[in-house]
Write a protein of this length. Structure first.
Length: 300
């Protein structure tokens, strides 16, 4: 009788390595929760359990998801190298992940969403701002994950490449946000994109979040066409910047054409901006992320 299930060879000590990685991940997730309360100068328990601040929970969830995405680049990668080395590498990249998410969010607040007080808005339970904040953290993590996998190692050159990746992420997110701000103003009598978010426009937040994550997926595919040289720092960062912006621009064009075809007969811009149509915004977000995934796999 033929064998019903055929499995690849699995190391006998794999469960131990996975247990180590999962335990360290849970510790870091708890640390993210603690840090979020410390920097925001609020009680996480009070915000989530007593005030029912959904915006705070969404923002925190984005940071937690971002951390796990970064950690997934090294999760299980050190099987067979020794329990201590595996734990140290997870601790190293976990700490790096928390630091990068924190740096990225701080810079995003100051450079990208520079016309609103994000902490104040989230404290006032503004779900729209929280959704964009969470999606920006996830988008950053997607690109950082691809750079960690691309750089192949855990030495000084790897860390330089990863920190350079944060710059790439910020430039691309800034490029995307300014483009959508300009487009939004053009189609809405010069209404401010960030001001509209502050007014609690959830549909716009969903639409923009899909755009950010989609662009991050497209940009992350640059790891498949760029050659990694650990000592050519300038070439590495300029390669990611130029390729990332080119991929982001290409995706925007493809998305624009696709929306006109799929949503033909529907005034989708007005539906989102004026009627706060969450359904249309969700379709646009799904298209942006879905097309980006196809885009990344088909082209490269």
């Amino acid at each position: 009788m033929e064998q019903l299930v055929s499995l690849v060879a699995i190391p006998h000590d794999l469960p131990i390595y996975l247990a180590i990685d999962i335990a360290i991940t849970v510790v870091f997730l708890f640390l993210v929760r603690s840090i979020s309360g410390m920097f925001s100068k609020v009680s996480v328990r009070s915000e989530l359990g007593e005030k029912d601040n959904f915006a705070f929970g969404i923002s925190l969830a984005g940071r937690m998801l971002a951390l796990t995405i970064v950690l997934s680049a090294v999760f299980g990668r050190h099987v067979g190298e020794g329990y201590v080395d595996a734990a140290l590498n997870m601790l190293l990249f976990g700490g790096l992940g928390i630091l990068l998410v924190r740096i990225g969010r701080f810079a995003h607040d100051k450079l990208v969403l520079n016309r609103l007080d994000k902490s104040k808005m989230i404290g006032e339970k503004n779900v729209s701002v929280a959704i964009v904040d969470a999606s920006a953290a996830v988008a950053s993590a997607i690109v950082v994950k691809s750079i960690i996998e691309w750089s192949q190692g855990a030495d000084t050159n790897t860390f330089i490449a990863v920190f350079s990746g944060v710059i790439v992420v910020l430039v691309v997110l800034l490029f995307a946000t300014r483009f959508y701000e300009y487009s939004f103003a053009e189609n809405n009598q010069n209404s401010g994109f960030q001001r509209t978010l502050c007014n609690g426009q959830i549909a716009l937040a969903i639409q923009h979040s899909g755009n950010l994550i989609g662009i991050a997926i497209a940009v992350s595919s640059a790891s498949k066409i760029l050659v990694y040289d650990p000592v050519t720092y300038v070439t590495n960062i300029t390669g990611w910047l130029l390729t990332g912006i080119a991929l982001a621009a290409s995706l925007m064009i493809i998305n624009s054409i696709s929306k006109r075809i799929v949503l033909m007969g529907i005034s989708w811009r007005k539906e989102v901006a004026l009627h706060h149509n969450i359904g249309i915004a969700s379709i646009e977000a799904a298209m942006s992320i879905g097309i980006a995934s196809l885009f990344a796999n088909v082209l490269f």
